[in-house]
Ligand binder design. Sequence first.
Ligand SMILES: [Zn+2]
Length: 267
Amino acid sequence: MSSSSYSGRHRTPGRHRASRKRTLPRALTPQFALPTAAAATLVLTTTGASMAGSAPLELKTTPVDLALAQSQVTEIRDDTAALAERRSATTDQAALLQGREQEAERVAREKEREALAKKKAEEAKKKAEEEARKAAQKWVMPMGKYNYTSGFGSRWGRLHAGIDLAAPVGTPLYSVSSGTVLKASHTGACGNNVWVEHWDGTVTRYCHMDYFSVSVGQRVAPGEKLGGSGNTGRSYGPHLHFEVRPGGENGEPVDPIGWLRSKGLSL
Ligand SMILES: [Zn+2]
């Protein structure tokens, strides 16, 4: 078959038949126009028998031409069908691939959106946690209004382990930062007193309180009220005796003024 005689699946059945008629030798009678290659083989066998009986030359060659033409047409038909099938399969495959690609793109976009939302949520959470941490680690003064009456240091041969801040009985006292109430006692020279262990390990002590409103183990925030100032224990006039132990409950007390200053606070 030549490429010019083949025009693919666009050829209409009508035109196909017309073409076949054109390619057939004129000498052929309709009974020789057998439709298949199998029939053509039969014709060849018959021809072989005719040749033995000294048949005319033109009759010997004609069935061969017919068989060739028939087989060519059949081949073209078969090829056309096969090509159409392949094209159809290719189109289906292309559509399938395109569908898969679109689905993959959609999934990728969805994942991207989810990742972005997750990232934003994590950032917001981190920011909130950072703000909460900063707020919890804030340092404040233990009292609002007071008169500073005595400093840290040796007094009559003994260590005055804190500072005295005079204020009327019942003046609110505040935890200087977040922490846990370590002790809350009614006894001793300190009178009603509260110990708070802070987030950095520092322990602060509040003495001579009129009352306290927290209990041992309670968590407190910076500036949270511990109770009211007073004149309990060994005290000569209502005041807060305030102590700081940066090394913890059993650590050495330090001068609260310098310590408060290191926290950005001053008397
Ligand atoms: Zn004191």
